[in-house]
Design a protein around this ligand. Structure first.
Ligand SMILES: [Zn+2]
Length: 359
């Protein structure tokens, strides 16, 4: 059986092989694809590169029956040999549409020939700190050798990483869970641009983490989700480079896909004396939210409520009451750590009664 072979000689057609950042090209064996047997009458084994692009197929006896080469964006794909039937899975393991020649990436089709998507990404996916994301047609930040178009799976701290980690930890409302919240930083580079990405990580077994508290469970949902959620510590909350922003004056806000933006939270840790930033708390005679409580409100509240709670923030242009209740639940779980912080009434959000039409 050759499915575990690690020393394949793969005829790649790439001119910039052994790029330093990757430590050279590698092959990675995949599990045998026995479903092939149902389609064409013979079992073959596929071997993909680290991005998931199929490169070699072998027969049961180890003989190479097909090899596939391409340029970095998946273009100029050539196949030599043939094993029973043509594979429809090519660039990074995505399905290539036989009529259009485009690769299907779930939300969009990518043209490997043009090296870009055929439709623009939502402007909200553009991160003003990463110039490569300004091109909404770009595939994988124009760095196809290092990244594939992953679907997310993270909460990114876009600045003030220490505060971000601390608030994420405290937002769990549980000391054991808090001790297991950490961050991981990845460095990226393209041309003259260099940037780093710091994401919230949970150490140890995720199920035991979930069991520690309701907010820990919500944090685990978000850290392991297909969506990328970004958290910024800024006075000025701007959901995309095209949208207007708002000044937070010490408070916090969040944006969600139902409002037309990528999920993101903004928390302003700078309080100006005498300025009210949490009218809900003032009205209820309890202390205004601290940054961990704001994290609970925005991230485990509004954002979790939309992505996982079945309660979109906006329905037909109106804020939904259910989503606002989620935000208070998320915040109260953090307030519960200290009785002196008080609890907000579940239906006492700043705009609970002005905008909502959805119960
Ligand atoms: Zn809110």
């Amino acid at each position: 059986m050759v499915a575990t072979s690690t020393n394949l000689s793969v005829p790649w057609n790439l001119t910039f092989a052994n790029c330093e950042c990757l430590g050279g090209w590698r092959t990675q064996s995949q599990q045998p694809t026995t479903n092939d047997a149902h389609q064409g009458g013979g079992t073959t084994f596929s071997h993909a590169d680290w991005l998931g692009t199929e490169r070699v197929r072998r027969l049961y006896n180890g003989a190479v029956c097909e090899s596939i080469s391409s340029l970095p964006f998946g273009d100029a794909q050539t196949t030599s040999g043939g094993c029973y039937h043509p594979s429809s899975l090519h660039f990074t393991g995505k399905e290539r549409d036989s009529e259009s020649g485009l690769d299907y990436f779930g939300a969009r089709f990518d043209s490997s020939i043009l090296g870009r998507f055929m439709s623009p990404d939502s402007p909200s996916y553009s991160n003003r700190k990463n110039p490569q994301s300004w091109n909404l047609y770009a595939y994988s930040l124009n760095n196809p050798v290092t990244f594939r178009d992953a679907d997310g799976h993270k909460i990114d701290c876009t600045n003030n990483v220490q505060q971000c980690q601390q608030d994420a930890a405290n937002s769990t409302g549980n000391a054991q869970a808090a001790a297991r919240v950490t961050t991981e930083t990845t460095k990226h580079g393209w041309w003259i641009f260099k940037w780093t990405e710091t994401s919230i990580k949970i150490t140890g077994d995720i199920n035991s983490f979930r069991a520690l508290s309701p907010n820990a469970s919500k944090l685990a949902d978000l850290v392991t989700s297909k969506d990328t959620i970004s958290v910024s510590y800024d006075q000025y909350a701007k959901p995309s480079i095209w949208a207007n922003g708002i000044t937070l004056n010490g408070g916090s806000t969040s944006y969600t896909p139902s409002e037309g933006y990528d999920a993101q939270a903004f928390i302003d840790p700078n309080r100006t004396a005498g300025v009210t930033y949490d009218q809900d708390a003032v009205d209820q005679h309890i202390p205004e939210a601290n940054t961990a409580e704001e994290w609970g409100h925005e991230v485990e509240g509004h954002i979790w409520g939309e992505l996982f709670g079945g309660h979109p923030g906006m329905i037909n242009g109106h804020a939904s009451r259910a989503n606002m209740r989620d935000s208070i639940t998320g915040e109260n779980a953090v307030r519960a750590l200290d009785p002196a912080r008080g609890q907000k009434a579940p239906e006492f959000h700043h705009n609970y009664n002005d905008k909502d039409t959805v119960p």
